[in-house]
Design a protein around this ligand. Structure first.
Ligand SMILES: Cc1ncc(COP(=O)(O)O)c(C=O)c1O
Length: 374
């Protein structure tokens, strides 16, 4: 069966029930950022437990907005991870700031707080942490580091593109960092085709964020003639979400809890079944946080052979993201990252999402066990 019907690593979730509300919005006379965006933000705020939510056109735009709101400019450094999608780091370049690569914890793939601490300078304005595969970083340790002895508070920006629905110390991700950015791209837990959201912690920043995602214009106070009389004091972007995407998002929210349950049940199964296999190492997990398992990443000694073995047997596997510091556009920021170096030689992700059936996950485990015995 698996030869002709491979198990994919990603799959778009799009329930048929999106169609009637999408049709309604499409012909409602309002398709830009309007009432559906407001409704979606309210529902997202309720789901995450933080009403200060700014939806945006993509997760990448959300990161760019978050960096701006955090005060990052061309005089600053942002301590970040190279073990991520380029979407995490190119917004730092767009802000004119320097990305400073911290090393990772090879047991999780997440940024290592001890490495971050060694890189703080007077120029550090923000720490950008990515929840690899959906597993939250050590925010308690990062928050401690973010308060410098001089009393400066470095802003923590969490790239939670993989982590919708994850929890940290009994709080939903979106309530923890100064800024949390989600992606609602095509293959994410919750998709609006393209889209994203930035969760913030202060009302003042939230109000500024609303202006900056739309050129810097106030779209809420009643105006004399459209928005012609306004003076823009703080220029902004065109980063908003639109009502069609928000309509899809509202429908998706109804399913996301159940889908997350399947991601987690498959991950639990893998953790039981793959534990202790020769040549395979599971990533470490702490009891105080719960991954959203956008990916299920493992470390494998004979990586290339493993990937070929599984692909030949109809199981889609991938490293998903390449280290960002390999690109020539960031050549000048290169520095040694020994733990990341080791991690990347072994890590790979196997299918874990809502589409993976019990039969398929058993087949995946059986195939991995056979590889380990060979
Ligand atoms: C870690 C990470 N950050 C940010 C993004 C960017 O999200 P978007 O595609 O919505 O711009 C992605 C997309 O996959 C991602 O994996």
């Amino acid at each position: 069966m698996q030869k002709n019907k491979p198990v994919p690593l990603f799959k778009v979730f799009m329930p048929k029930s999106v169609w009637p509300p999408v049709k309604k919005t499409l012909f409602s006379g309002y398709i830009g950022q309007g009432p559906k965006v407001a409704e979606f933000e309210k529902a997202l705020g309720k789901f995450i437990g933080n009403p200060l939510v700014l939806t945006v056109g993509t997760g990448t735009a959300g990161l760019q907005l978050a960096l701006r709101l955090a005060g990052v400019n061309q005089n600053n450094e942002v301590i970040t991870t190279s073990m991520t999608c380029t979407a995490t780091n190119w917004p730092i370049l767009a802000a004119g700031a320097n990305p400073i690569w911290a090393d990772i914890n090879p047991e999780t793939g997440n940024i290592d707080p001890a490495s971050v601490a060694r890189l703080i300078t007077r120029k550090t304005r923000a720490i950008l942490a990515v929840d690899w595969a959906g597993y939250p970083c050590d925010y308690q340790a990062l928050k401690k580091i973010a308060r410098t002895p001089e009393g400066k508070k470095i802003q923590i920006i969490e790239d939670a593109a993989h982590a919708f629905g994850a929890t940290y110390k009994n709080k939903k991700i979106g309530q923890v960092a100064d800024f949390t950015v989600f992606s609602f791209g095509a293959i994410k837990h919750l998709t609006t085709i393209e889209g994203g959201a930035v969760f913030v912690k202060s009302k003042k920043i939230y109000q500024r964020g609303k202006l900056l995602r739309w050129y810097g214009l106030d779209r809420e106070t009643p105006q004399k003639d459209f928005r012609c009389h306004q003076d823009i004091k703080d220029w902004g972007y065109k980063f908003n979400l639109h009502d069609i995407a928000a309509t899809i998002g509202l429908e998706q929210l109804k399913y996301v809890k159940d889908n997350l349950k399947i991601h987690r049940s498959n991950a639990r199964f893998y953790r039981q079944q793959l534990k202790g296999l020769k040549g395979i190492t599971l990533l470490k997990e702490k009891k105080d946080r719960l991954s959203a398992y956008w990916l299920f990443t493992i470390k494998v000694k004979k990586l290339n052979q493993f990937m070929k073995y599984l692909k030949d047997r109809g199981i889609d596997v991938s490293q998903v993201h390449a280290r960002n510091d390999k690109h020539s556009c960031v050549r000048q920021f290169k520095r040694p990252l020994p733990q990341l170096e080791k991690f990347i030689k072994e890590m790979v992700s196997i299918p874990v999402g809502w589409w993976v059936t019990k039969e398929q996950r058993e087949y995946i485990v059986k195939t991995i066990k056979k590889f380990c015995q060979a």
